[in-house]
Each structure stands twice: as structure tokens, then as C-alpha cells.
Ligand binder design. Structure first.
Ligand code: TYD
Ligand code: MG
Length: 484
């Protein structure tokens, strides 16, 4: 039966083959045939027509202005940091994909969220394909979720999951994970692209028709793009990825796509003995705990999403061999090469024969170009073996002509830095505030050379010996008052 039901479709040209081949007979591309469900010729025309006809009857054309733009109803999960990345909470009928490395805390976070939702009166269902019911129960005890009323089902067959969703009509359902679910319709193994795509499509349809909010858990595989959750990104409403270091205590959840909220929003959690706890003021965790400034370290204010955060950029410049290495962790590698060229050409600082390593502390990934200036300052600081002054921050985009361009919402960044006790800032001219910020000396620059000049020469930028030891607000404030 399965034989005449499945066909192989080419990813590249859409050509169809009755059996799997290494090379597509239509476009000659290699490894592009993916199993899919065959639909009879007559049915192809009608596959969706029934539903389209139904739609055509009910919906008439309306002028945009006449449509009531009611905001979608969100149900907060009770975990502030999770709600932040979701754009306020779970949306009925919305599909969320949450991806991340194995063991980073996906199941933990979702179990905690489901329990809070259940306690708030929502009907919840946790479908586990990776663990048994007993294992989930064990985790819930560990999380301190006593007498949790979350419904659990250990099942991996799509048709049975769909039937259960239909029968129980939960408000929120978690499928942990989409890679373990398989459909009877396909012969390929669970976790293959064909299965993942087909199962996710069915579940998404079920969510839209029933109003159940569905959360799909997806593992990011080593190969990344293909069998991983990336193939699902276009189908779902919201895509969240765990990022950060599995070895550190902190976990970041970033919204990559969100039809109901802002993208690039970051939620910060700490993994504790009792599960994930939100960190409401995360700035401090991306700074390393030096008691005195060290060479090669520069703090920047990043604004990924809507919340400004302070992140320390570290650089190490060391003599390299004939082909020196450029490595970056948490920052764009190509951008690093570009910045080194700018540094050489416009500020006369050469690193041709040096290995250059840069790192964003805490496992955070920074995609915005506002990190450029901090990267350059960290590199020169490491090269000269001289630390930047205490309480120093910098941000701004650097262009190929050596110009320093403004970063969006500079005022907010400066205010956040001042709040945390930073007292000296080098920022793009357009970001300099009109009114002085209390306790902060601001240097506005529009060229890379000026920024270098300021940290090299100007006396008020130079941190001194015998200053307070910690980067705390009070310590830095006292430093400012002693200066003035
Ligand atoms: P888990 O949620 O199972 O990860 P995923 O579903 O993403 O694969 O994460 C489990 C990890 O978290 C595991 O290494 C143990 C740790 N952990 C804690 O530190 N504290 C806890 O309370 C729990 C439940 C797990
Ligand atoms: Mg898990």
C-alpha cells in the first residue's frame, strides 16, 4: 500500500520520481529527492479546492479601513522572560517552534510554562516522544511542580496525536519533539526532512482549525540547515532559538521570527536546581568579573530586540605564523576581517602578522554592527597591552571609509550604561545626547582615528590607579564625583 502512496520530489526543480535516486532525472541535481505523499491525479486538482470553496462562500471583499483591527489575545505563560520573546504570551491557534541544542533546557522550560498555564486555568497537553511519562513526571517533581495537572501523552505517531488533539481540544499543546513524530503515510524514518515537514504541516493545520496553540520542539542537528527545525521556519508563526553556552548557567532564548511580536527579542534564563528562572536584569551577566580593567576588553551596549544590554567584547592579539588566524565567537567573522582592514588603513594599526581572537562574553551572539567600535577598541587595547579605562563603554558602526556611524536608539543605550555605573563613553557623533547624562563623560566621534586618539591620549578618559574596584553603580558614581 505504502508503495503507490509515496513519491520522491526534487527540492530544486519539483520533478517527480517514483523511487529514490541519488541524482534527479529532471535537473541532474544530486541528493535533492525527498519523499512525499503522492496524491492521485484527479485529487491533485481537488486537494484544497473543497476548503477553498468553503472559504470563498464565507469571505467577501472588504475595504481595509472597515476591518476591525483587534489585537490578538495573548495568554501570558507566567514566565516573564518567555512572554517577552513570545510578544506577550501564547496566541490561540498560533504555532511556535522552539529550537536548540540537546540538553539546553527546551523540555524544562516548556514543562514549567505548561504547568503555569494549567494553574491559570488553561487546558494543556504535553506530548512526549523522547521520554516516557515517568521521566516527565520525575522532571516535574524535580522542578517542584507538585500535583501538576498538566496532561501527558507519550506518543510519536502523528495520526494518534491529531486524534487526541481533536478529542481533547487543549488550549495549549507541546510536541516534544517534532523530530520524533512520524506519519504512517510516509516510509522514511522519523526525523527525516520529509517526515518533519509533513508532520509539522498537519499539526499547523490542526492548530489553525481548532484554535489550539501548538509549540513544536526541534533539535538543531549538527548539519544544521536540513533535517533540523530550519525547514519549518516558514510554516510557523513564531520561531524561538535557545542560544548561549550549555556550560554556563545562563540560557538565552531569541525570537528569530514572530508574527505576533518583535524579532530579535531576547529572554534570559538561569538554569538552577529547580529549572529555568528568568533573569530580569541581564546586563551584569555578560560582563566578566575583573576587579581591575584588563587589556583587550571593551564593554558595549547592544540593543537586540527592545532591551539594551551591556556585553563585554574581549580580544586577544598575539603573534601568529605565516598565515595568522582570525577567529570570532559570538560576532561575525567576515566583519572582523573588515574591521581589521579599516583599523590598518585609517588608524594605522597593523595586525597582519598577528592572530586575532574576539569573543562576546557569556555566549551571547551579537549580530548588530553597533559592536564594531567596541571590537576595534578591544583589539587595539590587546595589541598595546593597555587596558581601557575603568567604567568605559563604546558602541557604533564602523564603515569602510573609517567613519563611525550612529547606532539606533543611542540614548537608551547610554542611559542603561549610566544606570549600571559606567562613566566614560565613546559614541558616534549622532548618538551624543543634547543634554548631559549625569555621571557620564561622553566623547562623540565620527572617525575611527578620533576614537583611537581619545583612548590613547585624553587624560579624562584615562582611568587611574586607586580607583574603586568594582563596576558597581555606587563605586562608579563615587569615582565620578571624585573626578569632578
Ligand atoms: P532538557 O530540558 O532536558 O533539555 P532539552 O529538552 O533541550 O534537551 O534539559 C536538561 C538539562 O538541564 C540537563 O542537563 C539537566 C539540567 N537541569 C537542571 O540543571 N535543573 C533542572 O531543574 C532540570 C529539570 C534540568
Ligand atoms: Mg528534551
Amino acid at each position: 500500500m505504502a508503495k503507490d502512496k509515496t513519491i520522491y520530489t526534487c527540492n530544486e526543480c519539483g520533478g517527480i520520481s517514483p523511487k529514490w535516486l541519488g541524482k534527479c532525472p529532471h535537473c541532474n541535481a544530486w541528493n535533492t529527492l525527498i519523499e512525499s505523499v503522492a496524491v492521485a491525479e484527479s485529487a491533485v486538482k481537488n486537494r484544497y479546492s473543497a476548503s477553498f470553496q468553503a472559504l470563498a462562500k464565507t469571505s467577501e471583499i472588504t475595504v481595509l479601513a472597515d476591518i476591525d483591527a483587534t489585537d490578538v489575545d495573548r495568554t501570558p505563560t507566567g514566565h516573564e522572560e518567555l512572554d517577552r520573546v513570545l510578544g506577550g504570551g501564547i496566541v490561540a491557534g498560533g504555532v511556535v517552534l522552539i529550537g536548540g541544542d540537546p540538553g539546553i533546557g527546551k523540555s524544562t522550560l516548556l514543562l514549567q510554562a505548561l504547568d503555569s498555564l494549567q494553574r491559570a486555568g488553561q487546558n494543556t497537553l504535553y506530548v512526549t516522544g523522547e521520554e516516557s511519562g515517568a521521566q516527565v513526571a520525575l522532571r516535574s517533581r524535580r522542578l517542584g511542580l507538585e500535583r501538576s495537572q498538566v496532561k501527558v501523552m507519550a506518543e510519536i505517531q502523528l495520526e494518534k496525536i491529531l486524534a487526541t488533539l481533536e478529542a481533547h481540544q487543549p488550549d495549549v499543546a507541546v510536541i516534544d519533539s517534532i523530530q520524533t513524530v512520524y506519519s504512517d503515510q510516509l516510509t522514511s524514518a522519523p526525523g527525516s526532512v520529509a517526515q518533519v515537514r509533513e508532520c509539522a504541516a498537519h499539526l499547523t493545520r490542526a492548530a489553525k482549525t481548532s484554535g489550539t496553540a501548538i509549540v513544536l520542539v526541534g533539535h538543531v542537528t549538527k548539519e544544521g540547515a536540513l533535517a533540523g527545525p530550519r525547514v519549518l521556519e516558514h510554516m510557523v508563526d513564531t520561531v524561538l532559538y535557545f542560544e548561549g553556552d550549555t556550560h554556563s548557567q545562563f540560557r538565552l532564548v531569541r525570537a528569530i521570527k514572530n508574527r505576533f511580536g518583535a524579532v530579535n527579542e531576547i529572554g534570559v534564563f538561569a538554569m538552577t536546581e529547580k529549572g529555568l528562572k528568568g533573569v530580569s536584569n541581564p546586563s551584569a551577566i555578560f560582563l566578566s568579573q575583573h576587579s581591575e580593567p584588563v587589556p583587550g576588553s571593551c564593554v558595549m551596549v547592544t540593543l537586540e530586540g527592545t532591551r539594551p544590554m551591556l556585553v563585554e567584547i574581549q580580544a586577544l592579539v598575539d603573534s601568529g605564523g605565516p598565515s595568522p588566524r582570525r577567529l570570532s565567537v559570538g560576532l561575525d567573522k567576515d566583519r572582523l576581517a573588515m574591521l581589521l582592514a579599516v583599523l590598518h588603513r585609517h588608524a594605522g594599526v597593523a595586525c597582519m602578522d598577528q592572530d586575532v581572537f574576539v569573543n562576546a562574553v557569556g555566549g551571547v551572539r551579537i549580530s548588530e554592527p553597533a559592536a564594531d567600535l567596541a571590537v576595534l577598541l578591544a583589539i587595539t587595547s590587546s595589541l598595546r597591552g593597555k587596558p581601557l579605562p575603568k567604567g568605559f563603554i563604546a558602541f557604533g558602526e564602523v564603515g569602510l571609509a573609517g567613519e563611525v556611524r550612529p547606532a539606533p536608539r543611542g540614548q537608551e543605550r547610554l542611559k542603561e550604561a549610566a544606570k549600571l555605573g559606567f562613566s566614560v563613553a565613546v559614541v558616534p557623533k549622532a548618538n551624543a545626547p543634547k543634554k548631559a547624562i549625569e555621571g557620564m563623560t561622553i566623547h562623540a566621534v565620527d572617525r575611527v582615528e578620533q576614537a583611537m586618539e581619545i583612548v590613547r591620549g585624553s587624560p579624562e578618559v584615562q582611568g587611574g590607579a586607586g580607583k574603586p574596584r568594582l563596576h558597581t553603580a555606587s563605586a562608579a558614581r563615587s569615582m565620578v564625583s571624585s573626578n569632578s
